[in-house]
Design a binder for this molecule. Structure first.
Ligand SMILES: Nc1nc2c(ncn2[C@@H]2O[C@H](COP(=O)(O)OP(=O)(O)OP(=O)(O)O)[C@@H](O)[C@H]2O)c(=O)[nH]1
Ligand SMILES: [Mg+2]
Length: 202
């Protein structure tokens, strides 16, 4: 898939105000600071379309980007650590789960996991909940430019082992870097494949 156009559409905290679900949609989720917004920018080759920050808690709303006039890519707030009040965190999570449950055109979610770290409880818990709710997702191990190949391999293997304690099989998985561009063709190819095989129309 080639990116011919990418436009910011709307940012909001109410799933009912998201664009009409007439096109297939993909969304980025993961712990605060894992690189969701940076991955969107790199995927769309769009510079600063999505707002990023070195401080966790930057993205606080549901952000819709229209790509190639054929699908939506959505940037979501992160879970886990961020310097925000508990009330605000709970509000984000409520909004996020409402979005995940209600968004009928969501073809696949991308769950981003920091490739530098050993399996994190918050990621595993989030993923188990996706399983309980029946929400389809793929895994993306981010910031691969920051980790040595052996460590990357080890962290991915450990994550798989942990997941297999609760899952029968592992989801599709990718390794990415918003700095080097690693994984972008594969992620774009995956989205195209999902659209071709998993989108039944509005
Ligand atoms: N080295 C490296 N740094 C990255 C990569 N992706 C993101 N970063 C950096 O990580 C920090 C967080 O990136 P964001 O894209 O804002 O992360 P986010 O997941 O959207 O964070 P929240 O919106 O706060 O949940 C920024 O300083 C980015 O420059 C990557 O692939 N490699
Ligand atoms: Mg963000």
């Amino acid at each position: 898939m080639k990116i011919s156009s990418a436009t910011f559409i709307v940012s909001n905290t109410d799933v009912r105000k998201c664009p009409a679900p007439r096109m297939p949609e993909f969304a980025m989720i993961g712990r605060s600071n894992v690189g969701k917004s940076s991955l969107i920018n790199r995927l769309l080759d769009s510079g600063k379309l999505a707002h990023t920050s070195s401080t966790p808690g930057k993205t606080q709303t549901i952000n819709h980007f229209l790509v190639n006039n054929t699908f939506y890519l959505v940037d979501l707030p992160g879970y886990g650590y961020a310097k925000i009040t508990r009330t605000k965190r709970e509000q984000w999570m409520r909004t996020t789960w409402q979005y995940l449950r209600k968004r009928e055109n969501l073809v696949s979610l991308f769950v981003l996991v920091d490739a530098r770290l050993e399996p994190q409880v918050s990621d595993l818990e989030f993923i188990n909940r996706l399983g309980n709710e029946g929400i389809p997702f793929a895994l993306v191990f981010t910031k691969s430019d920051k980790v040595k190949p052996a460590e990357l391999k080890r962290n991915i293997a450990l994550f798989g082992e942990k997941m297999l304690e609760n899952w029968e099989r592992l989801p599709d998985q990718f390794v990415s870097s918003a700095v080097t561009g690693k994984g972008m063709p594969e992620l774009l190819g995956y989205m195209q494949h999902c659209i071709d095989t998993g989108w039944k129309g509005p």
